[in-house]
Design a protein around this ligand. Structure first.
Ligand code: TXA
Ligand code: MG
Length: 331
């Protein structure tokens, strides 16, 4: 766990234009001073991310919404008041001069979020300004949910890696576009659609395009949609629980190393001895929390195929299902 001194030193590194990986409640982020174009360009280079793709600007205090955003509708203010600090990103029209063009991919909008993870908040408050931070993984790969994951993925390319232990939510923030007159969910995540509906007094439009890094969002200059994302090297195959044994048997006979990921309430009986059963989450919240660790486990065990039984497609489970579909999609 990083100490207050280490966090203060990391804020100074940000001020000097360095790159700081830091924990949030969702996933670890790779941060740079959002006003510094040289730092943000280095951030994009380390991630291997196309320059047109905007990053989320992280803030230490919800009141900064009005420094960084303009023409923020009342209902978006209400979302910030309800869910910040927390796993919600709001896309708003951006105020002039507060972040460099590189951070928003040249768009006139900006994605803002105040995380609740204590190390993140301390870093952001010590730094004072906006910190541009995508997830601290290479483009298209599984997001990191521990400091070790970041060290493994980005290692020496980062100036500082702060450690806040494992991420509590485990999937990225929910992204809500607040620039079109009504709330549009661009990425499912840590705040559920039901929670948003409750705060808004009406259901948001769920555009369900995500997302992260490679995908096209309306208004973002993207060449096309890339469904495949959050992908481990192992092939992810979504199956029904009753198909696990047959599918596993066939793959094992073909010489493929096979694992299975399901919730703990799925009874695994008569499974072949060679089938690697990954640790089973007991609840949907735990499924979200450990999802990226299990995808990484598949690679650590050098599996060829990971059979996955998805949770129910509702509440936080909807974000898990979304990530699993992307992990399973062909590139
Ligand atoms: O939970 C999270 O959101 C994590 C942690 C580190 O905060 N961050 C994260 O960042 O997932 P990233 O870069 O992997 O995904 C950011 C998403 C991308 O899909 C990007 O297109 C969208 O946010 N985004 C950012 N600014 C935007 C804007 N102005 N308009 C539309 N989409 C935007
Ligand atoms: Mg990402």
């Amino acid at each position: 766990m990083s100490t207050p001194d280490e966090i203060a030193a990391a804020a100074a590194v940000l001020r000097e234009g360095g790159l700081v990986a830091f924990p949030t409640e969702t996933v670890y982020g790779l941060g740079a001073d959002a006003r510094n174009p040289v730092a943000v360009e280095r951030l994009y280079a380390v991630k291997g991310r196309p320059a047109w793709h905007p990053v989320i600007v992280h803030l230490g205090d919800a009141s900064q919404l009005h420094t960084y955003g303009v023409d923020v509708p009342d209902w978006a203010n209400a979302l910030a008041a309800t869910f910040w600090p927390g796993p919600l990103t709001l896309i708003v029209h951006r105020a002039p001069g507060v972040v460099c063009d590189a951070a928003t991919g040249g768009l006139n909008t900006v994605g803002l979020r105040v995380p609740y993870q204590p190390v993140a908040l301390e870093l952001l408050r010590a730094f004072g300004g906006g910190v541009a931070a995508p997830s601290a993984n290479r483009f298209g790969r599984v997001s990191p949910t521990s400091a070790d994951d970041v060290r493994h993925d980005l290692g020496a390319d980062v100036d500082v890696i702060l450690d806040g232990g494992p991420c509590m939510v485990g999937v990225e923030s929910t992204i809500v576009d607040c620039t079109s007159g009504r709330a549009r969910v661009l990425r499912l995540g840590g705040i559920t659609v039901a929670e948003l509906t409750h705060a808004l007094g009406e259901a948001p439009e769920v555009v369900q395009r995500d997302a992260s890094e490679g995908d096209a969002i309306e208004g973002v200059r993207a060449p096309g949609t890339i469904a495949s994302h959050y992908a481990p090297r192992a092939e992810v195959v979504l199956v029904n629980a009753d198909a696990i044994v047959v599918r596993a048997q066939a793959l094992l006979e073909a010489g493929v190393a096979v694992g299975v990921l399901t919730m703990g309430d799925v009874a695994l009986t008569d499974v072949p001895a060679a089938l690697e059963v990954l640790d089973q989450p007991a609840t949907v919240a735990e499924y979200a929390q450990v999802l990226y660790q299990r995808l990484r486990d598949a690679d650590r065990r050098e599996l060829g195929v990971l059979l996955v039984v998805a949770p129910e497609d509702e509440g936080l489970g909807a974000a898990v299902v979304d990530r699993l579909r992307r992990a399973a999609a062909d590139a």
